[in-house]
Every structure is written in C-alpha cells, then in structure tokens.
Ligand binder design. Structure first.
Ligand SMILES: NC(=O)c1ccc[n+]([C@@H]2O[C@H](COP(=O)([O-])OP(=O)(O)OC[C@H]3O[C@@H](n4cnc5c(N)ncnc54)[C@H](OP(=O)(O)O)[C@@H]3O)[C@@H](O)[C@H]2O)c1
Length: 293
C-alpha cells in the first residue's frame, strides 16, 4: 500500500523533528521549513500549499515564545493565526486532513475548574494562548477535517537532529551538571509530558475523529516537585537536589495557577499518556540512564 504523504511544517522544530524521526516507516514525510514558506506571509502560505502534494498536514510551525508574542502581536498574529487559517482553508478546499497543535496556555487565566476538558471555555492572559484559541475556534466552526492536539508542557532531552524546546528535564539536567541552582514554581500546576510519546503515538492521534483532544500525562506535582523528582531520577543525591533545585515561592503566590488538562476524551479513544512518573521512567530508559528504586 502506498504511504500517505505527511507534510510537516516547522519541520526542524522540536515536536516536528521527533515526529519525523519516529514515523518515517508510516508516512512519506514532506518537511516544510521557513525556507520553503514563511508563515509571516499568509498569501505565500496559501500559494505554497495549493501547489504541494500531500495527504495530511501536521502544522507545528509557530512562534511559541510568550514574550515574542507579547512584543510582536501583529507579526505573531500573522504567523500563529492568519497563516494557519490560510493553510486550513486550503486543506478544506482539497479535502485533506489538518493536525493542528494548541497549548494548555489557552487556560492560563482560569482561576478554577482544573483539570480542563475540551469543552471548557478558553481564557488566557497571553497573546500566545489567545492566538492558538483563535485558530481552534475557527477550525471548530469550519468544515475542515481537522484534529487539534492541545499539548501540556512537553519535556525531553537532546538527541542527534532533535533540539528540545526549553523544558523542565533540560533545566534540571543543566542544574545538576553545572551545580548552578535553578528555581521552579510552587504555585503552579500543569501537565508535563514526555515528547517522544507524542511522536510514537502520532499515527493514532492523526487518525482520531475530527475535533479537539487534550494531550497530557497525569500529575499532582508542581513544577518544583517534578524538578526534584527528575533530579533524583537523573542521579542527583539528596544534598545536590537541595542545593540546586530551588522553590520559586513568589510567582503566582497571590493567585496560584492550575491549568492541567482533562484527558478523558483521548482515553475514550484508547490513547493514554500515563503518569508523569511513568513518562520519566520511559525517558530514562530511552536515554540509557539506570533505573533508580
Ligand atoms: N514544546 C512544548 O512544550 C509545546 C507545548 C504546547 C504546544 N506546543 C506547540 O507545538 C508546536 C511546536 O512546538 P516546538 O516546541 O516544537 O517549537 P519549536 O521547536 O520552536 O518549533 C517551531 C517551528 O516553527 C518554525 N517557525 C517559526 N516561525 C516561523 C515562520 N515565520 N515561518 C515558518 N516557520 C516558522 C520554526 O522555524 P525556525 O527553526 O526556522 O525558527 C520552528 O521550526 C508549536 O505550535 C507550539 O505552539 C509546544
């Protein structure tokens, strides 16, 4: 059987690199980078995808840096909203599936109600979160065949051809390697998911029935608790953990945040990302670290 042609935007980014690495057997992968088409130009995006031979698009290209989205709202609106809508429109016209990624940050202004199901009304303090919500809301009212994956904060370590986005595992590894202390929030609760699991499960995710799905491991830990857990797993003794993994007690002390995701809808489709601790154990195995009891 001929493989489906999977176009992957932001092809050299973290999530895209992993999905490409894990799924070369499953798909004929068509990498799309900034050199092929710049998402700051919605017209160019339309023209490029009208001329491209593909069956599915996995759209990861985005400015995911919150500060850049705050400082450059118009530019990032073109990249994160207008161009994805052009891409989605072409997918709709050609009857092709779009896999879009949004973020738990769409819920970062919620003061209660976590964990949030797909049906919860998004509320975000940031341009980044609101830009993602705008695309998702457009998709939901369109007739495009789409799947939106709403991701928690993803974590993992570098490997050849894969440069991770900033994440808790990298921060912890850096702290225990350099003995430079790093602080992690205490008044904050969010999902933390091992990115390789997403890449591994991608074909099943891409075949889900049309709609939005939350993607996260389960955790009751704060980022500080998770960082301590990771440091111990990566081999730091109690003394080193206490020395370099510090609690950030100030951020959100007045209004503690909790924007964890409810993953029941995905579980009903037979897909689960397990617990944070299971995700860490998997990362340790993948990267050759010894299991610690
Ligand atoms: N990592 C996470 O924890 C996480 C969590 C929730 C959601 N997400 C979402 O997942 C997606 C991928 O995230 P990631 O962590 O893999 O980010 P990443 O490594 O920063 O990848 C983003 C990609 O987008 C490309 N890009 C940015 N601006 C562009 C433009 N104007 N034209 C064309 N390409 C452009 C970048 O290209 P260059 O390399 O050329 O700059 C990069 O390859 C994003 O949509 C993000 O919002 C990520």
């Amino acid at each position: 059987m001929t493989k489906q042609r999977l176009a992957v935007t932001g092809a050299n980014g973290y999530i895209a690199s992993l999905v490409r690495l894990y799924n070369g057997q499953e798909y004929d992968i068509v990498p799309v980078t900034r050199h092929d088409v710049d998402f700051s130009d919605p017209g160019a995006v339309r023209a490029f995808f009208e001329g491209l031979d593909f069956d599915i698009v996995f759209h990861t290209a985005a400015v995911a840096t919150t500060a850049l989205c705050e400082n450059e709202p118009e530019l990032t609106h073109r990249i994160n909203v207008e161009s994805p809508i052009e891409l989605a429109t072409v997918c709709g016209e050609r009857g092709k599936r779009l896999v879009f990624i949004t973020t738990e940050q769409t819920f970062n202004a919620k003061t209660e109600g976590a964990p949030f199901a797909e049906s919860a009304e998004p509320e975000s303090h940031s341009h980044y979160g609101r830009q993602k919500t705008e695309v998702d809301a457009w998709l939901a009212t369109s007739d495009v065949d789409y799947v939106t994956l709403r991701l928690s904060w993803m974590f993992g370590l570098p490997m050849p051809g894969v440069k991770p986005s900033p994440n808790v595992a990298l921060q912890v590894l850096d702290a225990i390697r350099t003995h430079e202390p790093a602080s992690f929030k205490v008044h904050d609760r969010r999902g933390l998911t091992y990115a390789q699991l997403l890449a591994e499960k991608f074909p099943r995710l891409a075949r889900l029935p049309r709609g939005q799905y939350n993607v996260s491991s389960e955790t009751g830990l704060t980022p500080y608790g998770a960082a301590r857990y990771l440091a111990a797993a990566l081999g730091a003794d109690d003394e080193l953990v206490a020395q370099v993994i510090l609690p950030d007690l100030e951020s959100y002390a007045d209004a503690p945040r909790d924007y964890r995701l409810d993953t029941e809808k995905l579980a009903e489709q037979g897909i689960s990302f397990g617990t944070f601790e299971e995700n860490v154990a998997r990362m340790m195995r993948d990267f050759g670290y010894p299991e610690r009891g």
